[in-house]
Design a protein around this ligand. Structure first.
Ligand SMILES: CC(C)(COP(=O)(O)OP(=O)(O)OC[C@H]1O[C@@H](n2cnc3c(N)ncnc32)[C@H](O)[C@@H]1OP(=O)(O)O)[C@@H](O)C(=O)NCCC(=O)NCCS
Length: 159
């Protein structure tokens, strides 16, 4: 597991495109994540191929939070604890210092994602609360299921 670099961009875009129900990203979006946001993104490689990805950032308006945007694991590497290990690696990074909560958004039907973040909360002895963040009709033009914000905290302290 490591920080991404610009040369990873194309593989990451392809990994996300092959991981429904994640929204697909533009190549450019992933390139910005791989460069400007590399300190809060994680890639996992196996045999020289990228099989795991976590994107995140510290929201400028809420610097005590670590926001996780997407988590993707290639189908060949699922069920081995990789997503869990990437999230743990992210909050152990120097770039996560001082973060007291991990935030993400999840659609109601994404059982794998709820299980991943519930397990993360359990592992770190933290609570998980949920509330609608981006709603189907008010924010998503009626074309996308409501994104629920999951807030997990307090995170373990790292120095
Ligand atoms: C969700 C995803 C990232 C999980 O990756 P993974 O490496 O297989 O997950 P892990 O092995 O680390 O499992 C972590 C926890 O989630 C649970 N989990 C993982 N996939 C699950 C599934 N399909 N259904 C139910 N629970 C699941 C595991 O049982 C584990 O919980 P536990 O510790 O209580 O047993 C992967 O399936 C994926 O890329 N899916 C498509 C994209 C997506 O939905 N991403 C998440 C939204 S951001």
């Amino acid at each position: 597991m490591r920080r991404p670099c610009a040369e990873d961009g194309a593989q990451i875009t392809a990994l996300i495109a092959a991981a429904p129900p994640l929204d697909r990203n533009s190549a450019y979006c992933n390139l910005l994540q791989c460069t400007d946001f590399a300190d809060t993104c994680v890639v996992a490689e196996r045999g020289g191929r990228i099989v795991g990805w976590v994107s995140g950032y510290r929201p400028p308006a809420a610097p005590d939070d670590m926001f996780v945007w997407q988590v993707a694991v290639d189908s060949s590497a699922r069920g081995e604890g990789l997503a869990a290990r990437m999230l743990d690696a992210l909050i152990a990074r120097p770039a996560a210092a001082g973060a007291t909560s991990l935030i993400t958004t999840i659609t109601e039907a994404n059982a794998a994602s709820w299980a991943l973040f519930a397990a993360f909360a359990r592992r770190h002895g933290a609570g998980l609360t949920k509330a609608p963040r981006f709603e189907r009709d008010a924010h998503l033009g009626g074309t996308h299921d409501t994104e629920w914000e999951a807030r997990i905290g307090p995170l373990p302290t790292t120095d």
